[in-house]
Design a protein around this ligand. Structure first.
Ligand code: 6PG
Length: 237
């Protein structure tokens, strides 16, 4: 398994280090391909990282920022990752970056998937950097335990990039059970996957995920077991 673990004594140091690592990988992507792509998750944990990165003087107009997942809400409604990324990352210097959201809600899941598929298939691949979070139930992106659509989203033999998911209502999902997410196959087309986790509870969940193998129970395992992929875990208390 090729997981690198970076443990920090506090969140401020984690934020600086992760922002530095993202910035240098994005710059490397631009140097090699003339442009770069940056896949970003929602959730509260990466917010200070996005705010820090937004101030960095990177060639943002060459960096396409794209969502990893979205709740089935319009961008004016609460829970919208589109709005969250606009407010946290796409400010200051980074306001120049082209941004690709996932259009929701759609008349049907199939329509939403087709729309997302069209848009994401135009992004240059491999993606350069993908930031993922993890929930206390072992989900990542919107790959939720035992969700409707999960098996298809985890199918790495397929070429599908986007999948509509219907998760079970829980403490983690709240009423936002319907989501659009990148599939595992899409996420694995990233040169660098950065998994951001904070706090003792999530550290326990992460360790439990490393020990077991049931991916439907803990979808984060599908990322962690990818031995050939550059996955870096960033943790702080
Ligand atoms: C989202 C996500 C999701 C998130 C985890 C962790 O849009 O909510 O992409 O997978 O990363 O739920 O969320 P927190 O950082 O808020 O704990």
């Amino acid at each position: 398994m090729m997981i690198e673990e970076k443990f920090f004594p506090d969140r401020e140091r984690l934020v600086q280090a992760l922002a530095n690592d993202c910035a240098s990988k994005l710059q490397q992507g631009i140097k090699e391909q003339g442009q770069a792509s940056f896949l970003v998750s929602g959730g509260s944990t990466p917010e200070p990282v996005y705010r820090e990165l937004s101030k960095r003087p990177l060639p943002w107009s060459d960096i396409t920022v794209a969502l990893v997942d979205e709740r089935w809400v319009d961008k004016t409604e609460s829970g919208s990752n589109h709005a969250f990324i606009e407010k946290s990352l796409l400010q200051n210097a980074a306001a120049e970056a082209p941004f690709l959201g996932m259009k929701t809600p759609h008349a049907s899941a199939a329509e939403g998937e087709a729309d997302c598929e069209r848009a994401y298939s135009e992004l240059p691949r491999p993606f350069d950097v993908c930031i993922l979070g993890m929930g206390s139930d072992g989900h990542t992106a919107s790959l939720f335990p035992h969700a409707e659509g999960l098996e298809q989203a985890l199918n790495t033999n397929g070429s599908q990039l986007c999948k509509a998911i219907n998760a079970k209502q829980s403490e983690v999902t709240g009423s936002h059970t319907e989501r659009m997410t990148l599939t595992l196959a899409a996420i694995l087309q990233s040169r660098d996957i950065k998994l951001l986790i904070t706090g003792e509870e999530k550290l326990k969940v992460y360790r439990e995920a490393l020990l077991g193998s049931d991916e439907l129970e803990m979808p984060i395992r599908s990322i962690l077991k990818q031995g050939h992929k550059a996955v870096t875990v960033y943790w702080a208390p």
